[in-house]
Every structure is written in structure tokens, then in C-alpha cells.
Design a protein. Structure first.
Length: 610
């Protein structure tokens, strides 16, 4: 897309926003049309009002009954070298069978199902099956652990848990069912637990009679030949995805069938210039929003063929990913800056021993990409031929909101411009747009189709978190700059959300895991800049009276956090301190700790307790 073309299209999409979204929505199948494109009742949006649809129908029936029937939807490679493929027809068949299974457990429209699976085809099958029968999926990343899982089950009041015996990662096996068992003992709402066999005989798992069932045994029962796809209202919830916020409890972000379908469909198509013959690979895990929107829904709505790799980026060798690109002829490759920085460190030789000429489009997501990593991706991986699209968005936005579009001028380190139909602004504290090159708050004007519909069971928190900071606008929580040409650069989070390797973690969440260690009295965590991961977690810990500080204790606290939340939340550094700086009202001033650590200005300290 020529820059001038973008400007023209963008202008039109904003001037005739309803017409723009209406036209796109018509590219998909609906059971009944809408009366109105959208409705705004601050802070609640409704899109395609009155329409009936099902996002899974647009992936399964729509593709499996047309010429795409035998086209491969998924090419999956396990870390142990196993390969599985699923055509659109086979994917639809698997979902049909699994729908009968879930129904036999009494799962009905609106019921919540928690999915705690590694990156295997059943993760996608489970999500699509829930959507098909109108159940609300709640996917939990398989790298999260006991308390993170049980909290998400409890808050969503799920009645079914789908998990696996274990998973492979870095050549090791992770005992998922064991973690699930411990989580289940803390979450009483689960009536049945369905277990996929990923590892097999090598892993002994505890199966509780009357509660735990093997997935493959249930699937073999062939409970029904056909399960009708549920007719959903466009606004019916599709999923809850928990994400870290500024307070201890993760937020259950809710997305709806109709709008989310339109948003993920069109951004995948336009931002990656997706063509029928492409081989698409997004390296994200469906446990996060990137996987929901750009592994599961976006590419499959477009009938794409996609690659899914179960394992870690550099296992068994640092060229694993490059070998996948070469072997399958990947043409669209979408990943994180942390992964790029990690791969860059192994040197160019690992990359150059593979023929990567199939690549056409490169994409990044999750954190700002530094110009050095951008250059490496552009020259060494893309051989100077492939546009890089830097896509900025969030769990809450559901789809890309600010991005580079192929063909547009690229500015390394600058995400790009707003997607069609979306208006973004960089404003000061009063909501007034800042001048070019000044830092301000990034806000979005309501509304776009895949905007979150709220926080699960918590409308007040939703209003307060997103709609009160800058009245009239959706507050992203990010600081940004805009330049003279309207390009936006993301500076980073302004709140207590920490980005580590692109993962989103809440300070308060990690602190409460640290404090649940019996020797700890209080804790504060901050992000500390890191060349590879963007940030690492540094924790300041006040011990209980009489507890002796030691290196062993540091290690014990780190392991405790891994057990409760998962390895990604482990602090990399712990410093024992006598006390923590607090405001007069007793809030920990993380800002001050951060300023001390990184040597920046601490800002206003007038509320500090002296
Ligand atoms: O800080 C921004 C950063 O990731 C946050 C959203 O995190 P999450 O909800 O986990 O979603 C991640 C995947 C969409 C944002 O508030 N972020 C996301 N994309 C970018 C980014 N920062 C800079 N550049 C990006 N392209």
C-alpha cells in the first residue's frame, strides 16, 4: 500500500466509519444481519446490533464446505519432531466430535470452560469447540502455575477444565496435570477435567474417578455425528482472557463473537497482506491474546494455512525456527522483539545456513522493537526484501490498533499509524493532544469492533481502569509520541504493568506471590531494563522479624513465585531491605524504587512518608 493510499483510505474509513465496518463485516457469514453497525453508551460498546452469527461457523463450516475443504489449516510440529496436519475438513470434524463430548458433560451456551493446554492442536480444537457450542473459553497459558490457574478458574466459575498430562519445553517435560490437580484442590467449581495425552506412558498421572477423563477415550465414544453450531447474538461473549492489571487480581477481559470476528479477520488480512497461497506463522501461544487473535481466529477466519511449533525458540538448536521457515516455505512470520534479540545473539551463521527466500512479510508484537533488532530482522532474516509490520495492540483491544501496513514507509522503533476505522491520540493529563515528538498518554477514541466488552463480572473496575483517566477516551496505559507525519512510537507502560519478554505481568500480582512465602513481610517489584528481555523483574523484600537474609532464601522465594504464578513471573534479582518507601496513605511508591534503580527522575514526591 502506497503511503498516499493509506491516507486516502484512512480518511474515508473515519469519515464513513459505519459504512467502512459494514462493508468488511459483509465479507463474513451471518445468520441474521444487523440493524445498526454500532452503538455507544459510554463505556459500553455494542457492534452489529441485533445480528446473529458464530465465529466458529466462519472457520469450520464456511471453510470445510467450500473449495478450502482439503486445504491445510494447521501444520503442527512437536518439540520431539512429531508432525500432525489438519485440513479445514479434519479440523471441523474434530470440533464436531469434541462438541458432542462437551455437550455430554452438560456444557451449555454461556458456560465457562477453562483450557490449560500446551501448544498442541487440541488447544485450538478446544477453543473452537467452545465457540461452536456457545461456551465461553478461558484459556490459561500452560507456563502459568497453581495459583494463577486456580484464580482464573475461580473467577470465571468454570465447570470444565481441559488440560494435558504434560508438555514438552526445552527438551524437558512439564507435569501439567500435577499443577492442575493442585489448582483444582483450590477451585471447587470444576465438575469434570478432560486430559489430553501429550506425553503418554512416560508420565504417570493421577486420574480421579468420576472427575478426570482421558480426551482420546471420550473422542473414541463418537457420541454424536453432528452437533449444531449455536446461533449466537453478535454481542454474546466468546471468551474471557485474564491479563495483568495494576492491582493484584488479574482482569478478566471479555470479547464478543461478532465484533471480535470482524476485527481479527480484517487486520490479519490487511496487515499481513495475507494471500490464499501464503504459509503463515505466528510464534505466539494461544494462551495469550496474540495467539487468540493471530494464531487461532484471524488466520483461520481467512482460511490460511498456518504453522504451529510446540517448542521453545532455540531448542534443540538455535536454528530451529529458521529450519521451520525453510522446510514449510513460511511466507509470513510474526514474532516478538525478545525472540528476535535472542536469536540475533547466536550470530548470523545460524540464520544464513537456511534458505529463507520464501519469506514475504515480517511482523513484531508485544513490546517496542529497538532499531538494532529491527535492522537485523530486516537485513539478515528478510534479506532487505520484506516489510516489517510493527503491530501495537493489547488484550483489551483484541486486534491491531496501530501498525505499519505493508508498503507503507517503515520507521524502525515506531509502530506506525492507526488501523482503518480507529482513531488514536497522544494527549496530556487534561486530554489535550501534545505536540509532535512530545511524550503523552496514548488513548483511543471509542469504538472499534473488537474492543473489550468489559471485565468479567466487574463493570465498575472496567469503567475506572479504562475510562476515567482521560475522560471520553479509552486509556491504554501506555506512554507514546507522535511525529510530524502521524507515526506513533510506543514508549512503554505508565502504570504498574511490567513487560518481560513481551509477557504482561502485574507488580501487585508478583508481590502477593512473594508475600505468600512464610518468611516475607512485604515486597515491591519493579521492571529493570534488560538488553535481551526488555525488562527483568527486580524485587525489594522486607523479611519477617527474626528471619535471616541469605542467598538460599532468595532462591527459595524465587522458586515459590514460580510455583504459584509460573516461571515467567520469577524475579531475576532480589534485594533484602529494611523498609519500603510509602505514601502517607500507605501505598508503596514503586516509582521511587524504580528511579533509584535506573537513575531517572522520581517525579513528584510530595506524598512520600518521610
Ligand atoms: O505496552 C504495550 C505492549 O504490550 C501491551 C499489551 O500487552 P498484552 O495485553 O499482553 O498484549 C500483547 C500483545 C498484543 C501494550 O499496552 N505492546 C504491544 N504491542 C506493542 C507494544 N509495545 C510496543 N510496540 C508494540 N508493537
Amino acid at each position: 500500500m502506497e503511503p498516499r493510499e493509506y491516507d486516502e483510505w484512512y480518511k474515508k474509513s473515519i469519515e464513513n466509519r459505519d459504512e467502512f465496518w459494514d462493508k468488511i463485516a459483509r465479507e463474513l457469514d451471518w445468520f441474521e444481519p444487523w440493524d445498526k453497525v454500532w452503538e455507544w453508551n459510554e463505556p459500553f460498546a455494542r457492534w452489529f446490533v441485533g445480528a446473529k452469527c458464530n465465529i466458529a461457523y466462519n472457520i469450520l463450516e464456511r471453510n470445510a464446505t467450500t473449495w478450502r475443504k482439503n486445504k491445510l489449516a494447521i501444520i503442527w510440529e512437536g518439540e520431539n519432531g512429531e508432525i500432525r496436519t489438519l485440513s479445514y475438513y479434519q479440523l471441523a470434524q474434530e470440533c464436531e466430535k469434541f462438541a458432542a463430548v462437551l455437550k455430554s458433560f452438560g456444557v451449555r451456551k454461556g458456560d465457562r470452560v477453562t483450557i490449560y493446554l500446551p501448544r498442541i492442536p487440541e488447544q485450538i480444537i478446544s477453543m473452537l469447540t467452545c465457540a461452536k457450542i456457545g461456551a465461553v473459553h478461558n484459556v490459561v497459558y500452560s507456563g502459568l502455575s497453581v495459583e494463577a490457574l486456580s484464580e482464573r478458574i475461580r473467577d470465571s466459575q468454570s465447570k470444565i477444565l481441559i488440560t494435558a498430562d504434560g508438555s514438552y519445553m526445552h527438551g524437558r517435560t512439564l507435569e501439567l496435570k500435577k499443577i492442575a490437580d493442585e489448582a483444582l484442590s483450590r477451585s471447587p467449581t470444576i465438575e469434570a477435567c478432560i486430559v489430553v495425552r501429550r506425553i503418554g506412558e512416560k508420565m504417570i498421572v493421577n486420574m480421579e474417578p468420576g472427575r478426570d477423563y482421558w480426551y482420546h477415550e471420550l473422542m473414541a465414544l463418537r457420541l454424536a455425528n453432528e452437533v449444531k453450531t449455536e446461533v449466537m447474538d453478535a454481542e454474546d461473549p466468546l471468551f474471557i482472557l485474564y491479563t495483568s492489571g495494576t492491582t493484584g487480581k488479574p482482569k478478566g477481559v471479555v470479547h464478543a463473537h461478532g465484533g471480535y470476528m470482524v476485527g481479527t479477520y480484517i487486520t490479519t488480512k490487511v496487515d499481513f497482506d495475507l494471500k490464499e497461497e501464503d504459509t503463515y506463522w505466528c510464534t505466539g501461544d494461544a494462551g495469550w491474546i496474540t495467539g487468540h487473535s493471530y494464531v487461532v481466529y484471524g488466520p483461520l477466519l481467512n482460511g490460511a494455512t498456518e504453522i504451529i511449533y510446540e517448542g521453545a525458540v532455540n531448542y534443540p538448536y538455535p536454528d530451529k525456527w529458521w529450519s521451520i521457515i525453510e522446510r514449510y516455505g513460511v511466507s509470513i512470520f510474526y514474532t516478538t522483539p525478545t525472540a528476535i534479540r535472542g536469536l540475533m545473539r547466536f550470530g548470523d551463521a545460524w540464520t544464513k545456513r537456511h534458505n529463507l527466500s520464501s519469506l514475504r512479510i515480517l511482523g513484531t508484537v508485544g513490546e517496542p522493537i529497538n532499531p538494532v533488532a529491527w535492522d537485523w530482522l530486516y537485513t539478515v532474516v528478510g534479506n532487505g526484501r520484506c516489510p516489517i509490520v510493527d503491530t501495537y495492540w493489547q488484550t483489551e483491544t483484541g486486534m491491531h490498533t496501530i501498525t505499519t501496513i505493508p508498503g507503507m514507509k517503515m520507521k524502525p522503533g515506531w509502530a506506525g499509524k492507526p488501523f482503518f476505522g480507529i482513531e488514536s491520540l497522544v494527549v496530556d493529563d487534561k486530554g489535550k493532544p501534545v505536540r509532535a515528538q512530545e511524550i503523552g498518554h496514548l488513548v483511543l477514541k471509542p469504538s472499534w469492533p473488537s474492543m473489550l466488552r468489559g471485565l468479567y463480572n466487574d463493570p465498575e473496575r472496567y469503567r475506572e481502569k479504562y475510562w476515567t483517566t482521560i475522560p471520553g477516551y479509552y486509556y491504554t496505559g501506555d506512554a507514546a509520541k507522535i511525529d510530524e507525519e502521524g507515526y506513533i512510537q510506543i514508549i512503554g507502560r505508565e502504570d504498574d504493568v511490567i513487560k518481560v519478554s513481551g509477557y504482561r505481568l502485574g507488580s501487585a500480582e508478583i508481590e502477593s506471590a512473594i508475600v505468600s512465602h512464610p518468611g516475607v513481610n512485604e515486597a515491591a517489584v519493579i521492571p529493570k531494563p534488560d538488553e535481551l528481555k526488555g525488562n527483568i523483574i527486580k524485587a525489594f523484600v522486607v523479611l519477617k522479624q527474626g528471619v535471616e537474609p541469605s542467598n538460599e532464601l532468595k532462591q527459595e522465594i524465587i522458586e515459590h513465585v514460580a510455583h504459584e504464578l509460573g516461571s515467567i513471573a520469577k524475579p531475576s534479582e532480589i534485594e533484602f531491605v529494611e523498609s519500603l518507601p510509602k505514601t502517607r496513605s500507605g501505598k508503596i511508591m514503586r516509582r521511587l524504587l524504580r528511579a533509584k534503580e535506573v537513575g531517572t527522575e522520581a517525579g513528584d514526591l510530595s506524598t512520600l512518608e518521610q
